[in-house]
Design a protein around this ligand. Sequence first.
Ligand SMILES: *Cc1c(COP(=O)(O)O)cnc(C)c1O
Length: 381
Amino acid sequence: MSNTLPSTRSLVAQALHYIDEATGGVVPPIQPSTTFGRDENYELLGAYSYGRYGSPTVTKVEEVLARLDEGADALAFSSGLAAFAALFETVRTGQHMVAPEIMYHGGQDWLRMIAERRGIGLTLFDQTKPGALEAAIRPGETAIVWIETPVNPTWDVIDIEAAAKAAHEAGARLGVDATVATPVSTRPLEHGADIVFHSATKYLNGHSDVNAGVLVTGQANPFWEEIFVNRKYLGSILGTFEAWLLLRGMRTLFVRFEASSRNALKIAKHFKDHPKLDGVLYPGLESHPGHEIAARQMTGGFGGMMSVLVKGGEADAKQVAAALKLFVPATSLGGVESLAEHRKTVEGPHSLVAANLIRLSIGIEEADDLIADLEQALATL
Ligand SMILES: *Cc1c(COP(=O)(O)O)cnc(C)c1O
């Protein structure tokens, strides 16, 4: 086998390449043991001692995840937010955090809570305004600058390289939620980020049947060690069966992401000037304010996430969402089935999301069928 495999696709194929020595099986086995034995000298027989610290099937998925983002190491968690919590557990009282005004709402809610409970500063910046991120950072005080790109659910695109530069100049670390871009399209460590986050519940698994989260680090350093210790004591490691399912899902990550991206671009172009819409938010459209950065930063496609702004107001948007027949009205994203959601309804009191916005997660069905479904739903207005 060649030792110079250039693309991430090839690296992942290599990481997933597997032959079970005992049986010749081409997929890894599930090792569900929660405890691991010792020899006559009371030394551990292998690399593991107890399932809450680590286990073989979880290690296997972490190896693939580290390769996907070309990082030094990865840790798998029982959900995206479990990963998020283990990371932000490192922030001490008196320190400060920076995050976008619009981002995954559950994560932002948690930042607000820990800021209040633990006496940590929190500044939310307007992710659409040049210079706002830089202005939010407090040199020497800010511990973590958090960005998400594209931003859920407006799909604003944040320049990772510029954010990394600003964070590092102030002695802070940059964490990037790249759930929507996936490593197929954006690998934040290459742009200077310190930590990459994914809700693996979404595209990485891709089948809407596993809750999982991931952190990938550029460097195995004491900070990373602290995150590992947090996972150990929070007890938030990914379960064995879920790890195995995630390994299975990732085998098709590239083809799923590419199919969703292709569909989404076609749908976005079809609806961008639709008379019943105030607009389509999709970074693949040249009219999108983040398109220029996206074209540079999202090298493997613009992804399957978009939002439509329905003419009228909240009632009209909800009517359209309810009239869809092929799109499933449900939260979440990144599965093979297309989903539609009136986002403001689920985000709660702090939400800055427009009341006429419907978020669409584009799956791998026929684009023309999805277009026809949206057309018939808009025609009910
Ligand atoms: C879903 C999601 C999360 C949270 O992940 P869970 O797996 O639900 O805990 C974080 N960020 C983004 C962008 C998400 O879509």
